[in-house]
Design a binder for this molecule. Structure first.
Ligand SMILES: [Fe+2]
Length: 322
């Protein structure tokens, strides 16, 4: 029998379901946690396995809901199998994002994906009442002249638009390269316009936040209401064109990247925690220290904007979902 009280209760429920996507209602009380690690660079550093193991052990201990690596992970060489096995040791869903270095040595994206067990270059999934989109920003733009291509081709843009249209859920977007650094994804304006245009049924923005690696910096910025958040590298801050003399010469010969970088002593990784009750999401902080010289010691006179955000740490942050 429908009493006035039930009616009232039902209409309140209907109203809240309207404001918050239906699928999220059931999962409202439960926080979602996704472990994130970026730019480990197995092919370039000597201790990638230990860094990855530290992440996976911790994520297993905490029983997070999923883990994701944000690219520049490893090429599909048989020698990297043991490294990949560490990642696959996570007891739960594991997600991959393709980085520009993951095809170094002439490998195709398909070859790398097959090695990792990644089904699609760009993809989306739902978890705990939220939608998650993984992009592949390694497409060649029409005017590509060489070097690492950094764009989303027309087919991927069209897919992105439709995928966002097709979900009622607040959405988190992941890419290796950045959608906010001016000198990065070449058609980032177009991508951001698609993200900004996506609205939930109540007219609010659908995209809660975007995460990326690639730059090895500790930085975030809001554009058009959407936060773009860098997840710092697990391993080092690349400086290029300068020399880190604090690296052991023998080690530097074997791993030249160390001499071109300011290196992190311990690994860096983080946890994205989404709190449906509070309507917020947070990134967990983590600190290491420089192993040897800092960027300031390596190049005291250098004026590069990204150096401002060069830190052996991930700063904790909190943002609202809408
Ligand atoms: Fe990269």
């Amino acid at each position: 029998m429908i009493t006035r009280r039930t009616l009232l209760k039902n209409s309140v429920l209907a109203a809240s379901a309207f404001a918050l996507p239906l699928e999220a209602v059931g999962a409202r009380a439960k926080k979602i946690r996704i472990g994130l690690i970026a730019d480990i660079h197995k092919d370039l550093v000597p201790d990638a396995d230990e860094r990855l193991r530290s992440f996976i052990d911790r994520m297993n201990e905490e029983s997070v809901d999923a883990v994701m690596q944000l690219g520049d992970f490893c090429t599909p060489k048989p020698a990297n199998q043991a490294f990949l096995d560490i990642f696959n040791g996570f007891r739960g869903p594991r997600y991959h994002v393709l980085g520009n270095h993951d095809t170094d040595g002439g490998f195709t994206r398909e070859k790398t994906m097959a090695f990792w067990g990644m089904k699609r270059r760009y993809d989306s999934f739902d978890l705990g009442g939220y939608h998650f989109i993984v992009l592949d920003a390694n497409d060649r733009p029409k005017d590509w002249k060489g070097g690492y291509p950094m764009s989303l081709a027309a087919d991927q843009l069209e897919w992105l638009r439709k995928d966002l249209e097709g979900t009622r859920l607040n959405t988190f977007v992941f890419s290796h390269q950045s959608l906010e650094r001016p000198d990065c994804i070449t058609n980032q304006d177009e991508v951001r316009a698609i993200l900004e245009a996506a609205k939930t049924t109540d007219g609010k923005r659908k995209v809660a936040g975007c995460f990326n690696g690639h730059w090895h910096i500790d930085h975030s910025r809001v554009i058009g209401g959407i936060p773009y958040i860098h997840v710092n590298s697990a391993s080092y801050y690349y400086m290029g064109g300068v020399r880190n003399d604090s690296v052991d010469p023998e080690l530097g010969k074997k791993f030249p990247i160390l001499t071109m970088s300011a290196n992190y002593d311990g690994p860096l990784y983080t946890v994205l925690e989404i709190d449906p009750t509070a309507g917020t999401f947070a990134l967990r902080g983590m600190e290491s220290k420089w192993r040897g010289m800092s960027p300031q010691e390596i190049a005291p006179a250098r004026k590069k904007e990204e150096d401002t955000w060069a830190r052996p740490s991930i700063t904790a942050g909190q943002w609202t979902v809408v």
